[in-house]
Structure formats: structure tokens, C-alpha cells
Design a binder for this molecule. Structure first.
Ligand SMILES: Cc1cc2nc3c(=O)[nH]c(=O)nc-3n(C[C@H](O)[C@H](O)[C@H](O)COP(=O)(O)OP(=O)(O)OC[C@H]3O[C@@H](n4cnc5c(N)ncnc54)[C@H](O)[C@@H]3O)c2cc1C
Ligand SMILES: NC(=O)c1ccc[n+]([C@@H]2O[C@H](COP(=O)([O-])OP(=O)(O)OC[C@H]3O[C@@H](n4cnc5c(N)ncnc54)[C@H](OP(=O)(O)O)[C@@H]3O)[C@@H](O)[C@H]2O)c1
Length: 249
């Protein structure tokens, strides 16, 4: 089934990190934009006279999704990328089209005992959208645990890190692990690690009887991590994945 496309207008842009922007679009007719935390939209734009389309995870931290009227996403600049060129030059008032929502990287109705949420770069956007829902679920069930693992090159590239740290301060069951593959802070905190996301997996003691694993972002990270968890008896029912695969058109 072809998904309808809605004209949208850019309302706001802000820099999240030196290489990453957060863009907020609203529908031209101001109608609500519904989605479930973890889903993504397809955005159409014009590049060198051609219509192009790229996918972006919703990144907005929205409490009342029924009343939501914006599509917010985080985009990292890819050198010579068509969408990167378009979005990094976009100004408030610019028009585009979106369709969606798509995807199944969403929270189940019934919680496992622990969520293990892994993302590289903008691959943490889905987890940011889940924060209000996770907060409600953790309040209702103080036994619920969440380990959020984020992988970036350098501390400067961390996005939404302050929000994840604040969540960890409010809820002892929520832990945030930041992994830096190329540069460590001068004085690393306890939750900061040198290396790719995989460096923390063993210490988290994953257990397929108890945990549900989410993987999002760099396609190689998703593939390698899937293999790692599959070797430890995780399967489709407790291993969800969203690969930010590159477009070929
Ligand atoms: C379901 C889904 C959700 C996504 N969500 C997000 C999101 O929330 N935020 C976000 O920033 N991106 C996201 N992406 C990726 C996004 O759709 C684009 O692929 C990305 O923005 C690059 O597009 P581009 O047009 O700038 O580059 P392109 O013109 O498509 O690519 C330019 C060149 O760079 C290479 N390339 C593309 N991406 C990368 C990369 N990451 N690393 C190394 N080389 C690369 C390509 O192979 C090509 O050679 C998502 C992808 C999918 C499938
Ligand atoms: N020139 C720059 O300074 C610069 C800065 C940012 C982004 N970029 C470019 O922008 C594009 C997208 O950036 P991005 O941040 O989304 O890139 P990305 O390639 O997804 O990298 C984000 C993080 O994922 C890690 N990673 C890569 N492969 C992995 C794997 N198999 N398993 C686990 N972790 C893995 C990276 O580690 P590694 O560091 O080990 O690869 C990095 O820590 C890329 O083209 C990138 O080259 C360039």
C-alpha cells in the first residue's frame, strides 16, 4: 500500500552536536502527526532537480502523542550526501513532504524485566522518544530495568546525553552507558567507556529469559551485535533491530 505524503514546513533547527542537527517540521495544514515511539518517517526533498527520499527516526520527546503536531528528527551530516546537503542548508519556512510512520522498533505492551537499548550516533533518537513512556512504566513498576548504551566517536558527538543522564539520576533502574570509539573525556565518569558499544555487553550480563534487546543505527553495528546476541540465545522475539542502511538512489 502506498503511504500518503503530507506537505510539511520546517519550523525550527538547532545544533545538537558539531555534526548533527535537530529539525522540527509541522504539517502545512497543522493536522496532528501520529506515531509510536521508535518509529520513523520518510522525508521527500529536491536535490539537483530530482525528487529524493530518506528515512529518519522520530526524535521528539512528546508526552501526549495523540495531540502531537510535529515531526522532529536528528540528522548527522554524511560527506557529499544528498539529504545531508539539503537538510544542513534548510531554513525555517522551507517545504518538504513526509510519509509514515513506519517501523516496529517499538515498546511491547508487556515489559520484559529489562530493556537493553543500544544505539550508535543518531540511532539513539528512538530511545529518546521512548523516555516519557519508559518513565511512566518505571513509575508503575519499580522493578523494571533499562540499560541504554550509546556509541559515538567522541564526547562532543553525544546527543541527548544530558537527558539520559538525568533519567539515570531519577530512576536507579535506568542506567546510561556512553562508549567513545576515538576519544575519551579527560576525566571520564563511571558511565563512560573507551571503545565501541560492544565493550560493555559482557558486563551487562545479557539474559534471554529476562532481557529484550533493541539495536539501532550503524548497519554494521546492528549486524555484528545481532550475531553476538543470537549466539547467546536471543531470537526475533527478544531482539529488535533498525538498520540505518544507506540509500542507493
Ligand atoms: C529506517 C531508517 C531510519 C533512519 N534514521 C536516521 C536518523 O534518524 N538520522 C540520520 O541521520 N539518519 C537516519 N537514517 C539514514 C538516512 O536515511 C540517510 O541514509 C542519511 O541521512 C544519509 O543520507 P544522504 O542522502 O545524506 O547520503 P547519501 O547521498 O545517501 O550517501 C552519500 C554517500 O555516503 C555513504 N553513506 C551514507 N550514509 C553513511 C553513513 N552513515 N556512514 C558512512 N557512509 C555513509 C553512501 O553509501 C554514499 O556513498 C535512517 C535510515 C533508515 C533506513
Ligand atoms: N570526519 C569526521 O570527523 C566525522 C565525524 C562524524 C561523522 N562523520 C561521517 O558522518 C557519517 C555518519 O556519522 P555517524 O556518526 O552516523 O557514523 P557511524 O559510522 O555510524 O559511527 C558512529 C559510531 O558507531 C561506531 N561503529 C561503526 N561501526 C561499528 C560496528 N561495526 N560496531 C559497533 N560500533 C560501530 C563508530 O565507531 P568507529 O569510530 O570505530 O567507526 C562510532 O563510534 C559517516 O560517513 C562518518 O564518516 C565524519
Amino acid at each position: 500500500m502506498v503511504s500518503p505524503r503530507y506537505p510539511v514546513v520546517l519550523r525550527e533547527r538547532r545544533e545538537l552536536a558539531p555534526n548533527t542537527l535537530e529539525l522540527t517540521y509541522v504539517r502545512e495544514d497543522e493536522a496532528p502527526i501520529a506515531y509510536v515511539p521508535g518509529q520513523f518517517f520518510s522525508v521527500d526533498f529536491r536535490h539537483q532537480g530530482e525528487e529524493k527520499s530518506r528515512s529518519y527516526s522520530a526524535a521528539g520527546r512528546v508526552t501526549d502523542l495523540k495531540q502531537n503536531r510535529e515531526f522532529r528528527f536528528a540528522i548527522t551530516a554524511v560527506p557529499n550526501g544528498a539529504a545531508s546537503g539539503y537538510f544542513f542548508n534548510a531554513e525555517p519556512g522551507d517545504r518538504a513532504k513526509i510519509s509514515g510512520p513506519f517501523g516496529a522498533l517499538v515498546l511491547p505492551r508487556v515489559d520484559p524485566r529489562r530493556y537493553l537499548l543500544v544505539g550508535t550516533g543518531t540511532g539513539v533518537a528512538p530511545y529518546r522518544t521512548m523516555l516519557p513512556e519508559l518513565e511512566q512504566r518505571m513509575q508503575a513498576n519499580p522493578q523494571l530495568k533499562v540499560d541504554l548504551v550509546m556509541g559515538v566517536r567522541t564526547p562532543a558527538e553525544l546527543i541527548y546525553g544530558g537527558e539520559f543522564e538525568a533519567m539515570a539520576r531519577r530512576y536507579p533502574g535506568f542506567r546510561f552507558h556512553a562508549c567513545y570509539s576515538r576519544e575519551m573525556p579527560v576525566a571520564p565518569a563511571e558511565h563512560e567507556h573507551a571503545g565501541r558499544v560492544q565493550v560493555v555487553y559482557e558486563n551487562l550480563e545479557p539474559d534471554p529469559e529476562r532481557d529484550m534487546v533493541y539495536l539501532c543505527g550503524n548497519p554494521q553495528m546492528v549486524d555484528e551485535s545481532s550475531e553476538w546476541f543470537s549466539e547467546r540465545a536471543f531470537s526475533a522475539k527478544n531482539l529488535k533491530r533498525e538498520r540505518y542502511k544507506f540509500s542507493t538512489f
